[in-house]
Design a protein around this ligand. Structure first.
Ligand code: CP
Length: 334
């Protein structure tokens, strides 16, 4: 009789921060995905789960998906949200980040922050007792990557469920083509935790931070995941999912002309998707993924983003479900 590997309960996420995906282990991700699937199936049992909780949203940068999902989701579970527009004055400008944290912890139960600098998140987290969630920084976008892997796990698990889908992510070939940005960095962390074969395909000079590549490679040892960097669009061959993102992230606007030219050969079009499909020797068409907002005609063509294999709106919807799960675990709602 084969022996089952010992199962250990995931460490509790109560009061934890989420500043990068490196802080979660595979068991915690699985637990989050199981809760996310349950809330997605039926939110009714969770309607009062966050009664009396208040969540503040501090946003230095624009947003559609993150803001709406972090307002609608908690509202469905009884929590109140307060939105602070920091687009004109960065967090830490009026008073120190330390004092910001030490005040906010007296009134709110969770801080969700979209900021330029990852250091601001680190400083907030170090100076308040309530959970801090990274809702995007220049360096990482962990909520996005969680939603993306949840979406893939849903697709791969189909009727068997998200747990079976997670098992199928081990060895899954995900290619990220474009800028080695914050989303790419968090996807790399997730790949390392979940055993994904992750290839970053980018122009020279636009690869992810070497320290993050190193960190992800070190973490991947335990899961069997791999992290490969290539500058050849042909490396897309055989990918089971193709992911891209904007070539000009928030804060990079001054480099727009230079970037549009550097990335021109990295556009995801039907030819590139065919190359991925053909390399997979007759398997199903690869999924197309994008965190949105998309720049149609730049990093992706209409034909690809509107194709049947595109799962971009599922990714967007799932932002809410995985964030609901995070909040439930962090604030003691489950
Ligand atoms: N993907 C994402 O974070 O979308 P928003 O910038 O609209 O929040």
């Amino acid at each position: 009789m084969p022996t089952m590997p010992p199962t250990t309960s995931p460490a509790s996420l109560k009061n934890a921060d989420l500043l990068t995906l490196a802080s979660l282990d595979a068991a915690q991700i699985e637990e989050l995905f199981i809760t996310a699937a349950a809330t997605k199936r039926d939110i009714a049992p969770y309607r009062r789960a966050l009664d009396g909780k208040t969540i503040i949203l501090l946003f230095e940068k624009p947003s559609l998906r993150t803001r709406v999902t972090f307002e609608v989701g908690p509202g469905k579970m009884g929590a109140k949200t307060i939105f602070f527009d920091h687009s004109k004055e960065r967090v830490g400008a009026r008073e120190s980040v330390k004092d910001y944290g030490r005040n906010l912890e007296r009134w709110v139960d969770c801080i969700v922050a979209r900021v330029f600098s990852q250091d601001v998140l680190e400083e907030l987290a170090a100076n308040c007792a309530v959970p801090v969630i990274n809702a995007l920084s220049d360096s990482f976008h962990p909520c996005q990557a969680l939603a993306d892997y949840f979406t893939l796990a849903e697709k791969l698990g189909a009727k068997q469920g998200v747990k079976a889908g997670l098992a199928r992510l081990r060895g899954f070939r995900l290619a990220y083509i474009g800028d080695g940005n914050n989303v790419c960095a968090s996807l790399m962390h997730g790949a390392a935790k979940l055993g994904v074969q992750f290839t970053v395909i980018c122009p020279k000079g636009y690869q992810p931070e070497p320290a993050v590549i190193e960190e992800a490679r070190a973490m991947a040892g335990a899961s069997g995941g791999t992290i490969t960097i290539s500058h050849d669009p042909g490396a897309i061959k055989g990918a089971q999912a193709v992911y891209t993102d904007t070539w000009v992230s928030m804060g990079d606007e001054a480099e727009k002309v230079k970037r549009m030219s550097a990335f021109a050969k990295f556009r995801v079009d039907e030819k590139l998707m065919d190359l991925a499909t053909n390399g997979a020797s007759g398997g199903p068409a690869p999924f197309f993924m994008h965190c949105l907002p998309a720049h149609r005609g730049a990093e992706v063509t209409d034909a690809v983003i509107d194709s049947p294999s595109s799962i971009v709106y599922d990714q967007a919807e799932n932002r809410m479900h995985v964030q609901n799960a995070l909040l439930l675990h962090m604030l003691g709602g489950v």
